[in-house]
Write a protein that binds this ligand. Structure first.
Ligand code: HEC
Length: 198
């Protein structure tokens, strides 16, 4: 359904731009979005994306944790490869009313009322990671909370609601950073639904 005709939308937008002085900046950004990124833009995106990934805790869940000299820490030699395929999880502990969910030792598998979820491989491996994804798929997944932006609901504890509040530009940067990583082949298991566990 269209609420306004393109003509009224355009003229309203023009008026806003005339008064805000943002017209030229917006026009430039819109143009940049349509054309493929040049090398300098990609480099800037990768840098910003690395900063966002570091600050937003993607490694907390998408990088398997190990026991380091100072206690548990993400194993950065396996950065962002998701739940390790060779780490078979045993049936989760029985939870009582106060405890609603549990996490595996690697912090990459989580059991709760939704079943068992395993964190995705975010490296650009073609078969087991995000190698075949486009920036549009990535943005759609985080905005809709659906697998690849169109499939089953994305399971907890993936914080898509929070990450999805980033601007398109920032999400593109996060995606550009992830695509710049060395691909790691790691086939993450499919989630186990809560009925299969019983
Ligand atoms: C608290 C843990 C947690 C954090 C933090 C987290 N994720 Fe996730 N993520 C998950 C889990 C669990 C899944 C698997 C969900 C499923 O199978 O439905 C997932 C799945 C994904 C997927 C696949 C979505 C799809 O379409 O199937 C992407 C992409 C993703 N995460 C990106 C990110 C990025 C980028 C960050 C950091 C900005 C991040 N995640 C932070 C837990 C987390």
């Amino acid at each position: 359904m269209q609420l306004t005709t393109p003509r009224t939308f355009l003229s309203a937008a023009t008026i806003v731009f005339m008064f805000s002085g943002l017209g030229p900046a917006f026009a430039l950004r819109a143009a940049a979005r349509q054309a493929p990124d040049d090398a300098a833009t990609t480099a800037a995106r990768v840098k910003r994306g690395g900063y966002l990934v570091g600050a937003m805790g993607c490694n907390d869940c998408h990088t398997p944790w190990k026991l380091g000299p100072k206690g548990p820490e993400p194993d950065m030699t396996r950065a962002l490869m998701g739940h390790p395929a060779d780490f078979a999880v045993t049936p989760p502990p029985k939870l009582d009313g106060a405890w609603a969910w549990s996490g595996a030792a690697t912090n990459t598998a989580f059991a709760g009322p939704w079943g068992v979820s395993f964190t995705a491989n975010l490296t650009p491996d073609m078969e087991t990671g995000l190698g075949k994804w486009s920036a549009e798929t990535f943005i759609a997944a985080l905005r809709t909370g659906r697998h690849e932006g169109k499939g089953r609901p994305i399971l907890p504890p993936m914080p898509y609601r929070m990450i999805g509040t980033l601007t398109d530009d920032d999400l593109r940067s996060v995606f550009a950073y992830l695509q710049s990583l060395a691909p790691i082949r790691n086939r993450v298991p499919a989630p186990i639904d809560s009925d299969e566990q019983k």
